[in-house]
Design a protein around this ligand. Structure first.
Ligand SMILES: NC(=O)c1ccc[n+]([C@@H]2O[C@H](COP(=O)([O-])OP(=O)(O)OC[C@H]3O[C@@H](n4cnc5c(N)ncnc54)[C@H](OP(=O)(O)O)[C@@H]3O)[C@@H](O)[C@H]2O)c1
Length: 248
């Protein structure tokens, strides 16, 4: 059985990494996928080409999730193209790491704007659609760093902790309309980005994780699959750590 058959999802930031992994998994499970990218235009087109052509509809949109007007336009466009939206995955995110001593105001504001305002923008923009149909699943990709904090990532940790507070509040506000909102807190997930890091350092990180490996985009995607599907119909306002036991 295809778990998401007949459903349509919007995934922000799926030109690479975890977002791309989520898009691939959702397509495999019968979901129509609308995804966004911002600067990686070529990669975005490639993802669309690779995933389209099967039984489901897949379309990429260049859209800045941190801009409210663009988020609203995206929802309009996806409704026009797909006819429905059942799932929103707020995955787009960036880091601008530095010790607080060296962190500029711009580095703080930009990370908050892209990682947290984007979650507000997309949720607000899709709210009316979900209220009308009396169903919807929103999944916000936070981070273990938002749960625990991390030296050198005060801006990123604040944005990801903010996403958790936002998730819980939306779950409380919209639960009576059968709209669910959950967060996923990935630990160390190995993507193209981490492939360029020093292997010895990365091995040290792997060794410190109870399951003795970094996670894959597919590990996060499988958690999204569960939270997006009707199998999690009685779960809302939760934070699911996908971290190999890192925070345990
Ligand atoms: N990798 C990890 O270990 C890890 C751990 C915990 C949490 N996370 C979270 O998981 C999410 C994905 O991370 P990743 O490692 O897959 O990162 P990534 O490989 O850098 O991918 C980030 C994606 O977000 C998109 N994006 C960035 N700014 C955007 C904007 N303003 N509007 C729309 N899209 C935008 C990028 O598109 P363009 O390139 O086109 O701009 C890209 O597709 C992030 O929220 C991150 O904080 C990652």
């Amino acid at each position: 059985m295809k778990i998401l058959e007949g459903k349509t999802a919007i995934i922000t930031g799926a030109s690479k990494g975890i977002g791309r992994g989520i898009a691939e998994t959702f397509v495999k499970h019968g979901c129509n996928v609308a995804f966004t990218f911002l600067s990686s235009v070529e990669k975005g087109k490639q993802v669309e080409e690779e995933l389209a052509g099967g039984d489901v509809k897949v379309k990429g949109y260049r859209s800045d999730a941190s801009d409210m007007a663009q988020a609203e336009k995206l929802i309009e466009d996806v409704l026009a193209d797909f006819g429905q939206i059942d799932i929103v995955i707020n995955n787009a995110g960036i880091t601008r790491d530095n010790l607080l001593m060296r962190m500029g105001e711009d580095d703080f504001n930009e990370v908050l704007r892209i990682n947290l305002n984007s979650v507000f923008n997309m949720t607000k923009a899709v709210q009316r659609t979900f209220l009308k149909q009396r169903s919807g699943s929103i999944i916000n990709i936070s981070s273990v760093v938002g749960v625990k904090g991390n030296a050198g990532q005060a801006n990123y940790a604040a944005s990801k902790a903010g996403a958790i507070g936002f998730t819980k509040s939306v779950a409380l506000e919209l639960g009576s309309r059968n709209i669910r909102c959950n967060a996923i807190a990935p630990g160390f997930i190995e993507t193209e980005m981490t492939a360029v890091l020093d292997e010895k350092t990365v091995q040290g990180w792997r060794d410190a994780i109870p399951l003795k490996r970094g996670g894959s985009p597919e590990d996060v995607a499988n958690a999204c699959l569960f939270l997006a599907s009707d199998m999690s119909g009685y779960i809302t306002g939760q934070v699911l750590n996908v971290d190999g036991g890192m925070l345990t």
